[in-house]
Design a protein around this ligand. Structure first.
Ligand SMILES: [Zn+2]
Length: 333
């Protein structure tokens, strides 16, 4: 791939803890030679594996951002063997705007991989992660939540169906992270290979993501899962010896059901849900009602689940439009 146009004021190979910015060139009316800053922390001590920890890939998902903000300060370089690279507000322009996507280019970073060297700011950031950060990473954790539009069951998420070694390493990461649920996916419902963790797994790097709440708020339980899961992974890989490591919790494995079993709004309206994330539902069970806004005398559309399963996520917003995802399902394995 082409050489990245993004540069960093930080030497990733230097010892100790330091922080600077990824600098994405951005030439605009008021700043001809300026850059967009993406805060990054490097903590290194001698030889060993490198963990790449990200949150804020979507700007309105907060549990992971707060967990990594805490960890960046909690990790003492003297207790590290190897290296930790932390980016709590990864798509920093989106984080600063409180939005899922970047206000600079409407770029959804988690649909932009592998990125482009001379693309939009979001594409340039994806390209830098693909070329410079993945090249240094032995494992990747990308912490997500449902954002403004979704509420998610607390889960770790991993791709399956790659090389058997990568599959096994991803499964091990999910077991160690041990969110209440561990969901395996082939990426058919979301971004496929254009997501950060799928792009990392594509390169053979053990990578997981997670979904820890949603609704563009901060769920303390989700923040706890993000921090404790990350502590367990760093300890299990021998990277952070000083970690206060909470015991591994029980995690239930599941896999996503195909998207034709998801429920989408077939018209605009007001969504009244009858099931919550984590609920076990049966085929034909009422999922909710979708009320017509303008045709008051027309009865609301009845929504029913098309299969038995676990509700993995539910739309957080009441106002829905044609094509909006209202429910996704998973099945236990
Ligand atoms: Zn996300």
């Amino acid at each position: 791939m082409d050489k990245s146009m993004v540069w960093c004021g930080l030497d990733f190979d230097a010892e100790g803890k330091d922080s600077d910015f990824l600098r994405i060139p951005h030439s605009v009316d008021t700043s001809a030679y300026g850059w967009i800053g993406v805060p990054v922390v490097r903590i290194k001590n001698g030889e060993g594996p490198t963990a790449l920890l990200c949150a804020g890939n979507h700007g309105d998902e907060y549990e992971g951002q707060v967990a990594l903000n805490r960890l960046a300060r909690a990790i003492d370089a003297a207790d590290v063997t190897g290296r930790v690279i932390i980016l709590p507000p990864l798509n920093a322009p989106a984080v600063r705007a409180g939005r899922r996507v970047s206000p600079l280019d409407e770029g959804n970073l988690n649909r932009a991989f592998p990125g482009r060297a001379a693309g939009t700011p979001t594409e340039m950031l994806a390209h830098y992660i693909s070329t410079e950060l993945f090249a240094r990473a032995d494992l990747v954790i990308d912490l997500h939540s449902g954002g403004r539009s979704l509420n998610y069951v607390h889960c770790g998420l991993g791709h399956y169906g790659k090389a058997p070694e990568t599959d096994a390493a991803i499964r091990k990461l999910l077991e160690v992270f041990s969110a209440p649920w561990s969901i395996l996916t082939q990426g058919g419902g979301g971004g496929g290979a254009t997501t950060l963790y799928a792009a990392a797994a594509e390169r053979g790097i053990p990578a997981i993501t997670c979904e820890l709440g949603g609704g563009a708020t901060l769920d303390p339980e989700g923040t706890r899962h993000a921090e404790e899961g990350t502590r367990r992974v760093l300890a299990a890989y021998g990277i952070w010896q000083g970690a206060d490591v909470p015991p591994r919790a029980e995690t239930r494995f599941a896999r996503t059901l195909p998207r034709d079993l998801s429920i989408y709004a077939r018209h605009a309206g007001l969504f009244e849900p009858h099931a919550a994330p984590g609920d076990a539902v049966s085929k034909g069970q009422s999922a909710g009602l979708l009320y017509h806004i303008d045709q008051v005398l027309t009865p609301p559309t009845e929504l029913r689940f098309a299969a038995e399963g676990i509700v993995s996520c539910r739309r957080a917003l009441t106002l829905a439009g044609l094509g909006d995802c209202l429910f996704n399902l998973a099945e236990t394995i």
